[in-house]
Ligand binder design. Sequence first.
Ligand code: ADP
Ligand code: ADP
Length: 227
Amino acid sequence: MITFDKVTKAYPDGTTAVNELDLECPSGKITALVGPSGCGKTTSLRMINRLIEPTSGTISLDGESTADMDPALLRRRIGYVIQHAGLFPHRTIVDNVATMPKLLGKTKKEARTRAMELLETVGLAANFADRYPWQLSGGQQQRVGVARALAADPAFMLMDEPFSAVDPVVRSQLQDEFLRLQKDIGKTIIIVTHDIDEALKLGDQVVVLRTGGILAQSATPLELLTE
Ligand code: ADP
Ligand code: ADP
């Protein structure tokens, strides 16, 4: 479970991006955070893996405050997927995915084997492994991004507009595959999106944000539509 307890982020210029946010994201489920541009979605996500520090309030993973954790160790527990995948441009596909297993102490060969398994899991054929990111389509790069995030076998996944950089047909396909994958892996996931359709499709729980706080929250997407 990921918990926000009265979390506020005020940037140095005075912008309050997140204001006393309370949120519970249940274990093994997908929480979709949806809302217009500028409402604090990315800020909320990046506070969880401490790329940004909250001004006040507490964020906890399974009851343990992230403020007490070593940021590097914290980030190994949390897979992070961003728009445009953010792959290392000068590394091959398999090296992009193998970086984390290597950091976690696997040998080069073990790390490569693990990376190849993960690439297969996200539906990328072995012949992509030794190519470079620029040689792949946007949708293929997003698959690599997901594989890389899974490489530390994290219990938690944060996904920031993971499918929005691809065309609608590919997006829909990636969403379907991702839901099938989640059935097997059962991670605790937060997906940030500005697309209400995507939120309703992917979220076990949907939270609608407006500037500074929660507008609506539902246990199930259907509940949100019928409230
Ligand atoms: P979203 O992801 O929902 O589009 P963000 O979390 O990126 O929203 O931004 C929330 C608010 O905080 C916006 O008003 C944005 O302009 C502001 N903001 C984001 N990053 C910074 C920053 N580094 N410094 C000042 N203001 C920022
Ligand atoms: P080097 O090979 O130069 O020692 P690393 O392989 O440790 O560098 O990683 C390069 C950069 O990418 C570092 O800033 C590291 O924190 C970051 N990084 C490593 N693995 C991942 C990952 N799975 N997801 C996102 N960033 C990562």
